[in-house]
Ligand binder design. Structure first.
Ligand code: ATP
Ligand code: MG
Length: 765
């Protein structure tokens, strides 16, 4: 693992630490226990992360155990998918185990319980058993077969195993208490008959253990010390404990539950995901819109991003839904530092530069990285008479705020020249098919000697040199944040625009030199990589991994359509904006009062004020933070997006609002950059230390002292005399290259604004 091994900040880690201190265990053993009946998804990743990281942090071990007790739905295909995906996430299990290998031992244990008078064969059918169980408010009643003799039970159970009875004819039940307050304890099923083929044991068995009978004992057999599962099994714990207790198993494992990960706009039920596959709503388990790990991998998301997301979400005991923005943020954060910037035009419009010589081609220097990413490197891009720009970057009759190309208007072509649109050529339908422009030869590299600067900068490619590509724009699979809540079938919430395929895109030729798994930022478009299945050298296919910004958040900010209580909701809600709800209107009276109060005191974004109004604990923390440092906008942002992603329970944080205020104060004083602040924040979550102390200890201070930076600048210019000459020759795009060097030298700590002006000053000299 690239992350440092340190104690994760969660309650299970605290328990483990205490257990170790108390000498309860020598070695911590956890396990990830999937049922091989589907492909692992992002929720499983959370559980994988938790089990492996916890054991790792305490020098322990993690096993992979397949809970494969149900022959009908399990398959080796899923076993292989699970193994592949865990490895891809970056984890190595200690042992590979199968609950089905314990079938014989479990059978012997069942016989033991029968002999002890603690289990019996029941002839009631499924429906009767349910009816006899009672309800939460009424006790159940005993089955007429409950008092069969031990001998009869042993005989019947042996004959069940031998295949004498049909499916569902008889079951084995534990004899506990039909009036128990915990419904799980009302004589739960241990075995049922299924004449079915098991993917590992063939037709050896027709008697299959229930999950509840197998699960706890499997953990016990393997010496699991901390058996971690999701909250829906909280009530089962008592039953697991009863089984191991009554079997006399020593050192039984203890179970700890945490809240399942639920993500907005996503479903994580394997059954429902299977339906999407079977009904052809997606192209398969690895369709890049699916929440499965195989799909995310194909889409281009990295395992590092998934682990960062898991860490960010952390562990709580409170069920809720995580804002999809948290996941997308983790993906962007990861790609920002690994994806070189290149240019691609997704919907091309031809531009002819009429005053550019017919046969001339210039290969212009273009840095791969923006100034704030401390990576280096550049490529050249061909500039020629015929170019392509994005159709959306031109308007014949532009509104006021449109700063891109329009008749008579000048724009900058990134790393190229300034061009002015002189003539628009339309086809018979009035569609714009070509622009005739002129360029200013004095603006090579994107700067004018007279200092003029057009408002718009466009990406572009050379029409003759660019490479054709198909581009697949993936978006959220569902249009509703909670597709599986409510009355309707979740299928009705599919987002009709979750996949848009563009067949005529063009990419700059430099990509042909790169390894096939390179992830790019197509400038102004988003992050992309080649589809690992469908892309080939002569037919490129790019998947959009993620857009640059959250376009959905923007949409949500648009004023909601007027709400009328008398008119029924329109039937057809294909249009996203119609479907978005107005969050302010949905606040309760108390929440609305809080919302108004916050708005009166501070000028906050509605979106953030709504969250604070709904979640008073976070609002309190925010107020504490503002008291420590007066920047309510930034603090609301941190509270809503970072703190809430870290925990759902602010009182569980190892620091208070004042510390958050201090952190933002460090940014505002230019002591650290926002990016460094995120690292500091991570460490605050882990250690509870004050931001100042972390910055000091780890030497993270941003350097905004010119006296410190000037020698570094000079040293870099000395080192690259050729590049300096090229810059002075007009290749001012090289500024990115120099910034990259400077950031590297200063380990990303140079104040970017100051660094750039120092570089420009020295380079201009
Ligand atoms: P099923 O409904 O089929 O049991 P499942 O998603 O629980 O579905 P399992 O194969 O039993 O599937 O899950 C393996 C492990 O992953 C279990 O420990 C389970 O608790 C955990 N897990 C499953 N879904 C999530 C989730 N959304 N968030 C966190 N952990 C999860
Ligand atoms: Mg499960």
């Amino acid at each position: 693992m690239s992350e440092p091994t340190k104690k994760p900040a969660n309650f299970i880690a605290d328990i483990i630490e205490a257990d170790l201190k108390a000498g309860k265990h020598d070695v911590i053993i956890t396990r990830f226990p999937p049922e091989p009946n589907g492909y692992p998804h992002i929720g499983h990743a959370q559980s994988v992360w938790l089990n492996f990281e916890l054991a790792d942090a305490f020098g322990g071990q993690t096993n992979l155990r397949f809970d494969d007790t149900n022959p009908e739905t399990e398959d080796i295909e899923y076993v292989n998918a699970i193994k592949r995906d865990i490895k891809w996430l970056g984890y190595e299990w200690e042992r590979e185990l199968y609950a089905s290998d314990y079938f014989e031992q479990l059978y012997q244990w069942a016989v033991q319980l029968i002999k002890d008078g603690k289990a019996y064969v029941d002839d009631l059918n499924e429906e009767e058993i349910r009816a006899y169980r009672g309800t939460v408010t009424e006790p159940g009643k005993a089955s007429p077969y409950r008092n069969r003799s031990v001998e009869e039970n042993l005989d019947l159970f042996a004959r069940m195993k031998a295949g004498e009875f049909g499916d569902g004819e008889k079951v084995l039940r534990a004899k506990i208490d039909m009036a128990h307050v915990n419904m799980k304890m009302r004589d739960p099923l241990m075995y049922r008959i299924r004449h079915a083929h098991h993917y590992r044991h063939g037709d050896n068995w027709c008697l299959y253990p229930m999950y509840d009978w197998a699960h706890g004992q499997s953990d016990a057999i393997e010496g699991i010390t901390h058996s971690i599962c999701t909250l829906e099994f909280e009530n089962n714990r008592e039953l697991y404990d009863w089984f191991v207790d009554n079997l006399g198993i020593e050192k039984p494992p203890h179970q700890y539950e945490f809240a399942r990960l639920n993500l907005e706009y996503t479903i994580t039920s394997k059954r429902k995901l299977l339906r999407l596959v079977n009904e052809g709503k997606v192209a398969g388990w690895d369709d890049p819109r699916m929440p499965t790990l195989s799909a995310q991998r194909r889409r281009g998301v990295t395992p590092e991003a998934i682990r960062a997301f898991a860490r960010k979400v952390g562990v709580t005991r409170v069920n809720g839904r995580i804002d999809l923005g948290v996941f997308e943020h983790a993906i962007r954060d990861d790609l920002n530092f690994r994806a070189p910037r290149v240019m691609a035009v997704l919907k091309p419009l031809k531009v002819v530069i009429t005053n550019y010589p017919e046969d001339q081609v210039e290969w212009l220097e273009a840095p791969y990285w923006p100034h704030d990413v401390p990576n280096e490197g550049s490529r050249t891009v061909p500039f020629s008479r015929e170019l392509l720009i994005e159709q959306d970057d031109f308007m014949e009759d532009p509104p006021k705020k449109f700063f891109r190309l329009a008749p008579g208007r000048e724009v900058r072509l990134r790393y190229g020249y300034f061009i002015t649109c002189d003539e628009v050529i339309n086809n018979d339908d009035g569609q714009v098919i070509e622009l005739r422009c002129s360029y200013d030869p004095a603006t090579k590299g994107g700067d004018a000697p007279d200092g003029r600067s057009p408002k718009g900068t466009l990406h572009w490619v050379s029409a003759t040199h660019s490479v054709p590509a198909e581009v697949r724009l993936y978006d959220r699979l569902f249009a509703s944040p909670t597709p599986d809540e409510g009355e309707e079938d979740f299928i009705t919430h599919l987002n009709p625009e979750s996949l848009v395929v563009l067949k005529n895109a063009r990419v700059e030729p430099s990509v042909l030199d790169d390894p096939a798994d390179t992830r790019y930022q197509f400038e102004r478009q988003g992050y992309f990589w080649r589809d690992p299945e469908d892309s080939s050298e002569d037919a490129l296919v790019f998947n959009r991994i993620i857009s640059l910004r959250d376009s959905w958040a923007k949409r949500a900010k648009q004023p909601a359509p007027p709400r009328s209580s008398s008119k029924p909701k329109p039937e057809n809600t294909r249009n996203q904006s119609q479907e978005r709800r107005d969050p302010v209107a949905e606040l309760s009276a108390v929440e609305k009062a809080r919302f108004d109060h916050l708005n009166q005191r501070f000028d906050l974004q509605d979106e953030e004020a709504v969250v604070l109004a709904r979640e008073p604990k976070f609002a309190d923390l925010f107020l504490e933070a503002v008291a420590a440092h007066d920047n309510p906008q930034a603090l609301a942002n941190w509270t809503v997006h970072e703190l809430r992603a870290a925990t759902s329970e602010p009182s569980a944080l190892p620091f208070g609002g004042a510390a958050l205020g201090q952190l933002v104060a460090l940014i505002d004083a230019n002591t650290i950059s926002t990016r460094i602040a995120k690292d500091v924040f991570e460490e605050m979550l882990n250690t509870g230390e004050a931001p100042e102390a972390i910055v000091e200890k780890r030497g993270l201070k941003q350097v905004s002292d010119a006296d410190v930076l000037v020698p570094v600048v000079e040293e870099i210019l000395d080192r690259f005399p050729d590049k300096v000459a090229q810059y002075r020759d007009g290749k001012t795009g090289l500024i990115g290259f120099f910034m990259g060097q400077l950031m590297r030298e200063t380990k990303g700590q140079a104040d970017p604004g100051l660094a750039k002006s120092l570089l420009q000053a020295k380079l201009g000299a």
